[in-house]
Write a protein that binds this ligand. Structure first.
Ligand code: GLN
Length: 288
């Protein structure tokens, strides 16, 4: 006989979740969640595979497996997502942090070195980038902005729980921002409004994903505004779509940035581009 309809052990529960269309990893993680063991390694499941599945876990498992089978991100179901070694709480108010975005954090930390510096994170969502930077480099002064009050509530709760002193403000990109920063980072929306990939992302906030006909509307706005808020020599780093690196570098150069370059993500795709604001390339040309 195959997997029973009502799983009675941990191992049977994993098998049952797979019969509902889940892959093995998701099945294992939802069983851990259902038995209240989300904090432990998956190896726990091997050591406990013949343990009885507690009655209370059945209903949770049924409901969460159903949600996952409809394509809802695992992170929304479990309410958490690991990012750059931090355990973030997430829900449908924010984009799920992606491992690709760790490329941006690595690059930012390389540029920052160990000296105190000011950093601005635009469109912070769950707070992932801002919190990862503040955690890795406690001397930073990090301001994180989002247009969505809902997203800011998630980010602020993460900062509070992780005891990280990032400052938050509501706003649209750099509108109303005062002063200049050593570094500006952003993972803005960058998917083209007609891109068929959006159909697979319906559980996440559209305003965090889509950005005009070519996916570049928000990136253009940020590039146009950033020079006025960077110290001379300060960098602007942005994540973007798999085929946008050349376009973003061109926009940076056209706006007067120097040293435009891109970095690859774990899949080898040019995923972030950035450049340095040079006082000599600023619109105020030196007199001759
Ligand atoms: N990288 C995400 C995706 O393609 C999109 C994130 C974003 O638009 N900033 O699923």
């Amino acid at each position: 006989m195959g997997t029973p309809q009502t799983p009675s052990t941990i191992a049977q529960a994993i098998g049952w979740a797979q019969t509902q269309g889940l892959d093995r990893l998701d099945a294992q993680l939802l069983v851990l969640h259902a038995v209240g063991r989300a904090d432990v390694e998956r190896a726990w499941l091997l050591a406990h595979d013949t343990d009885a599945l507690p009655d209370a876990a059945h209903a949770t498992l049924q409901a969460t497996v159903r949600r996952r089978a409809t394509g809802e991100p695992l992170a929304y179901i479990t309410g958490r997502k690991a990012f750059y070694g931090l355990d973030l709480q997430v829900d449908a108010r924010v984009l799920v942090p992606r491992p690709d975005t760790e490329t941006l954090v690595d690059w930012a930390l390389e540029l920052l070195g160990s000296a105190p510096a000011s950093v601005l994170d635009l469109g912070t969502g769950s707070g992932a980038i801002a919190l990862a930077l503040q955690h890795s480099h406690p001397d930073l002064d990090v301001l994180a902005i989002d247009y969505s009050a809902d997203a800011l509530a998630v980010a602020q709760a993460n900062a509070h729980r992780l005891h990280l002193r990032v400052r938050f403000a509501q706003g649209s990109w750099l509108d109303g921002v005062q002063g200049r920063f050593d570094l500006i980072v952003s993972n803005p929306p960058y998917i083209a409004a007609q891109d068929p990939h959006l159909a697979a992302l319906t559980h996440e906030p559209l305003q965090a994903l889509a950005s005009g006909d070519h996916g570049l509307d928000d990136i253009r706005t940020i590039i146009a505004q950033a020079g006025r808020h960077l110290q001379p020599g300060g960098w602007l780093l942005m994540e973007h779509g798999y085929d946008q690196a050349a376009a973003v570098r061109t926009l940076l150069v056209e706006a007067g940035f120097a040293d435009a370059q891109s970095r690859r993500d774990l899949a080898g795709i040019e995923r972030c581009s950035g450049a340095r604001w040079s006082k000599f390339s600023a619109r105020t040309k030196p007199c001759v």
